[in-house]
Design a protein around this ligand. Sequence first.
Ligand code: 5RP
Length: 225
Amino acid sequence: MEKERLKELAAEKAVEEVRSGMILGLGTGSTIYYALLKLGQMVKVGLDIIGIPTSEQTSQIAEEQGIRLSTVMENPVIDLTIDGADEVDPSLNLIKGLGGALVREKIIAHASNRLVIVADESKIVDYLGAKVPLPVEVVQFGWESTQMALNQICQRSVLRQVDDQTFRSDNGNFILDCYFDQISDPKQIEIRINGIPGVVDNGLFVGRADRVIFGAADGIQTQDR
Ligand code: 5RP
């Protein structure tokens, strides 16, 4: 089965948990796109939800789909958030943020009573850091110094560029993509990185996902924490 179809199947399975009256966190990325399409269809036939987007990109897509939106400031408690991931380890710890929305995603995940992650099976890893770098959002001021400190923890880091421009998050910050051989103690690395002045947050989500739904060639796989 094509990867896009696997993403769509996982996203549609997650949307089955959505009920009218929910405050729903809306993640970011190409897998969540399918959830937004499905939610849009359901809203048109009467589903009554308020969506809390994790990025400007998601906000725009959700609006196009007719999903009513609000903010985490107005709704500090979220019933359920559906989001994607870049890597998932056997304990359902995650790397997120290749799409650049990790800070808002983590704030919204923290405000949520339940976090459901959707992904295709290519995101499954034995150890975090095996396939993708760990994104770290840093303030622009003094980012070179922040990078030097980060490089004491990871092997190397790269200032994210998109279309020959330095990438800026929705918060106006830079992202340093940090390469590891493997992250064997994600909680410890999350804490150490966030202790560096200039770091806003990093893409390690440890013990946060309640359920991960994988789209796999032989069907949907659901894993609960
Ligand atoms: C954005 C994210 C995304 O959820 C993550 O990158 C997965 O995206 P996709 O579904 O496109 O693979 O963390 O910051």
